[in-house]
Write a new protein. Sequence first.
Length: 216
Amino acid sequence: MCCPRYCQFRTKILDLLNRFEQQAKKLHFSADDIHDAKYAFCALLDETIVTQPDPSYFNLQNAWLISPLQLSLFGSQLAGYRFFEILEQLRSRGKDRLPALEVFHYCLLLGFQGKYRIESIENLNHLVARVGDEIDYLKGKKAAFSPFAAIPDQIKHMIHGELPFFWILIFLLLFALLSFAGLRYMLSNQSSHALAPYQNVISAPAEEAHITIYLP
């Protein structure tokens, strides 16, 4: 059974995902695009949590590894590979799957590495650049695309999206990241309170010691 604060954090994430799905349906995005966008977000959040180096995340990571979002929502723990398989399928469909393709691209820009974490980051960088160029091409922003294009500036990519689908997801991501930051702050405070009773175990004496020596 998970600790209440971790359950609360997870419940908030699941609620956000449900709200995202409802809003995307209202905007008439396809079921496939909504499904794949949720998968990409879950893969990003799972990886972000389990790769945190901060020791204050240890308990959260242990709880999360037992039931990551990708497992509880999609029945698989292979997002490190499956993410890129879906990405290739989206690329092959072109404009038909552009909304989901953009979401996958932004998840990569936000730091998702998956299988490339243990393979080649350089290859991942080339892939991110290539996908970004393909998206620009599909939107009519370029007459052609270069396989060796440099990785675009991250901020440029954060502001150039025109699809409301993307902005719904970015809002979801930002809200989730703020929740995550809040959890981190809470964990840090807890650690400080737990260590407070031991801060003065070793301390300098309140007054200097004086020794008087009497000579005969």
